[in-house]
Design a protein around this ligand. Structure first.
Ligand code: GLN
Ligand code: ZN
Length: 769
């Protein structure tokens, strides 16, 4: 049976891309070294897919930073502020590309980076295109063409992948004036045509258009635009086979439009939305020419495919359409899965036998195809798979009665604080005696190579546990002193003992497993290694109490305890697929609640439960929002509600598009929330014009994703903007996220400016009062 892949991880099995890109940034390697490293990854990926026997192998799925940023360069959607870098500075395409991603602060330039946000409901971040009214486009970077040629030269025929015009425009933002981004189509489509022309001249047979925006609710105008785009492009290039890739959700009400368009192949994510196969079978609009790509292998998770289950779906489709009108695929690009399970040393054999990473998924694709085709080895492949699936279903490592009961017996009271916020606030203010606009940070301080080296040394046995702890204590004390010198009001211990905010907790909780090389790209060169939740969740011992108590013992100021919340633990892990996500979330909530209570007992008065991932957990389709928000908010509240009124619960969230879920954020009832806003210039605050957010809040006053040091005036101006909609007594001052990825130098300067901004504002407000 015909097989296609939609995209392969680009980071390399050993994070070769990260290493090369960062070495290039720090001028340790040349641009051609970088290009060479990138090429090696591409060639490796293509070859691997070819060897496995995949029929349609993607190209241009590789990116040095992000595929949306690639698209910006391809069509020359370069924000105005970067133009001097082309005209005066004459930057190379690669350097301009990185400048757009990261900002450009040198040689007298001070240009802020483009905004970045989550790619649908993943933990991957894309660069948000910026559009201007009547903007013109031209075919600038020909990466898509070069990549195709490169593969071809290596003897591999590929299917170029391109972000579709609708998704590209709709995921962008208007700048300077308000206008309809769809109006830009008339300028944009000619560039798509030019691209397709060049590909067609090279005899490219298939092009994959990624239009995941189809997984969301679209307006009629947007659907009309979709029709216009593909009718026009296909009629210009009838010889190219158009592959439409939508993933992460159903086509939903967009399906009937899609079925009426001249796509040769329509991809279905049957993992996230199995029911759409029935919709298509039942639909009268399906053209007899259309081929369906059955996305049966989960591109978002790491579980071994259950062949029997997949075969049931595939056979149903074959019965209706016939094998010739079908192909097999992963549900989405494999970008969201780690590279290769074979590299794993840490996972035990039993667990490993339940898992599958990108390379294995490619293999599953090939195996399923062989089974469908009744190849000689079909039976053996199927039996082997059945045995692995059965061993997971029956394992006693997974199921724990006591944990399940605790979730079953949750009462309303478990999810409520003792008193309402106003009463808690009065008690907390009296107790803490903080100044107006208290300053704090989000938790982590720069994790320099020194600190990370310690962890590596400990792992290798080069230093003892005691030496490791002592070195981290020294780093913690130094950070505490620094915060005191900077005159920050509520301190943090710096999180030096944590490799990662989820992994650190997962390592100390039963039901979690960890890989050595299970990295997936988060943004640019940043990768994360999501832990694997495979069984019922149980916290046996306190996790953070020792570090938090140590830190508090080093200062008279208030020290925040620092925890990761249940939804983030869920969202940033690979989650078991054998029970509802809500069930796993409640199990995690109990574990975190036990930790919160233990911190309170140890004398920690402020406890932050980070939930940076709560928004990204939001289902892509609005009709599913309320269900998710109800259980997500409840899980947070279970975690937060075991304490006295006097204990102040903070939460922190990343990324700014909260406006549509602000009610649920209020419902979480955290005493203080710190939140990202600065990359989008406090756009978030618009929500507060309509909505009286009841509790305390710290809208981030500077962007920690860039090394740029903001001025006192800038931050003060942002705070004043915030004061227009947030009562002074509720306003906190903080960066917009943890400082882990920053250097010390810029961190110190930026925090100094931040504290000064708060102080100036205090003076101003007192004068006015
Ligand atoms: N407390 C964490 C830190 O400061 C929060 C990180 C996050 O929001 N992603 O690193
Ligand atoms: Zn954050």
């Amino acid at each position: 049976m015909f097989t296609q892949n939609l995209g392969y991880p680009r980071i390399g099995g050993n994070r070769e891309l990260k290493k090369a890109v960062e070495a290039y940034w720090s001028k340790k390697i040349s641009q051609s070294d970088l290009q060479q490293a990138a090429q090696q990854i591409r060639l490796h990926n293509w070859q691997l897919q070819k060897d496995a026997g995949i029929d349609l192998i993607p190209s241009n799925d590789f990116s040095l930073y992000d595929q949306m940023l690639d698209m910006c360069l391809t069509v020359s959607a370069i924000p105005h502020r970067f133009h001097p870098l082309i005209e005066d500075k004459k930057l190379s395409e690669t350097d301009l590309y990185f400048a757009m991603a990261r900002g450009f602060q040198s040689d007298g330039f001070d240009i802020t980076a483009m905004e970045m946000t989550k790619w649908f409901d993943t933990n991957y971040h894309y660069i948000v295109p910026e559009f201007y009214e009547n903007q013109s486009f031209n075919f600038l970077s020909n990466k898509i063409v070069n990549d195709y040629k490169e593969a071809k030269q290596a003897g591999i025929e590929t299917k170029p992948v391109i972000i579709g015009a609708l998704t590209f425009l709709l995921l962008g933002k208007e700048k300077e004036t308000e206008f309809n981004r769809l109006d830009l189509l008339k300028n944009l489509l000619p560039v798509y045509k030019e691209i397709l022309k060049q590909l067609s001249d090279l005899n490219v047979q298939y092009v994959q258009f990624d239009e995941p925006i189809l997984a969301t609710n679209l307006s009629n105008t947007e659907l009309t635009a979709l029709s216009a785009i593909y009718t026009e492009l296909k009629s210009a290039f009838p010889n190219i086979k158009f592959v439409l890739a939508n993933y992460f959700e159903c086509y939903g009400e967009n399906l009937s439009t899609v079925l009426g368009l001249p796509f040769d192949i329509i991809h279905l994510d049957l993992v996230r939305c199995p029911s759409q196969l029935d919709d298509i079978i039942a639909s009268e609009k399906v053209s007899s020419q259309t081929i369906f790509s059955l996305g049966v292998i989960d591109g978002r998770n790491i579980w071994k495919n259950d062949y029997e289950k997949s075969l049931a779906i595939i056979n149903k489709a074959i019965n209706h359409f016939g094998k010739e009108r079908l192909m097999l695929a992963p549900s989405c690009s494999l970008l969201h899965t780690p590279c290769d399970l074979d590299s794993e040393k840490k996972l035990d054999d039993e667990l490993k036998n339940w898992l599958s990473f990108a390379k294995q998924k490619i293999n599953e694709l090939a195996e399923l195809s062989k089974i469908v085709d009744n190849a000689p080895e079909a039976n053996e492949l199927l039996e082997k798979n059945k045995a692995a699936i059965a061993s997971r279903k029956n394992s006693t490592r997974i199921h724990k009665g006591a944990v399940k009961n605790r979730v079953k017996n949750i009462t309303d009271k478990d999810a409520e604080r003792q008193s309402i916020f106003a009463e808690r606030q009065a008690k907390q203010h009296a107790l803490f005696n903080l100044p107006l606009f208290p300053t704090t940070t989000i938790g982590s301080f720069p994790q320099t190579t020194d600190v990370r080296k310690l962890r590596a040394q400990l792992k290798k046995g080069e230093i003892s546990e005691t030496e490791y702890t002592q070195a981290l204590q020294a780093a913690t004390i130094e950070t505490i002193r620094l915060q005191e010198e900077l005159d920050i009001d509520v301190l943090v211990h710096g999180e030096f003992e944590r490799n990662d905010m989820v992994e650190y907790f997962g390592e100390n909780i039963d039901g979690y497993a960890f890989s050595n090389f299970g990295w997936v790209q988060s943004y640019g060169s940043r990768c994360v290694k999501p832990p694997i939740i495979y069984g019922d969740i149980e916290r046996k011992n306190p996790i953070t109490v020792e570090w938090s108590s140590f830190a508090q013992s080093q200062t008279k100021r208030l020290m925040k305890g620092m925890l990761t919340g249940p939804i983030t633990m869920l969202q940033w892990s690979f989650v078991r697929d054998d029970q509802p996500r809500s069930e796993t979330a409640f199990q995690l909530a109990w574990a975190i609640r036990d930790e919160v209570v233990d911190l309170e007992k140890a004398g920690i008065k402020i406890i932050q439960i980070d939930e940076p991932a709560i928004r990204e957990g939001l289902p892509l389709r609005k009709e599913n929002w309320q269900t998710y928000l109800a259980w997500a908010v409840k899980a947070f509240k279970i975690a937060a509600s075991g304490v006295q009124d006097e204990t102040q619960i903070h939460t922190h969230m990343c990324y700014s598009e909260f406006n549509d879920i602000i009610q649920s954020i209020a419902d979480m009832d955290a005493d203080v929330i710190t939140i990202e806003t600065s990359r989008s210039q406090m756009e978030l605050l618009d929500a507060f014009v309509q909505f009286n957010y009841p509790n305390e809040i710290g809208p981030g006053v500077y962007d920690i994703h860039s090394p740029r040091v903001p001025t006192v005036e800038e931050m003060e101006a942002l705070l004043e903007k915030a004061l227009a909609v947030i009562p002074a007594k509720n306003l906190w001052v903080n960066p917009d996220c943890g400082l882990k990825t920053r250097g010390w130098n810029e961190t110190k300067k930026a925090l100094e400016n931040m504290v000064n901004a708060a102080k100036q504002l205090r003076v101003k407000i007192e004068v006015e009062a």
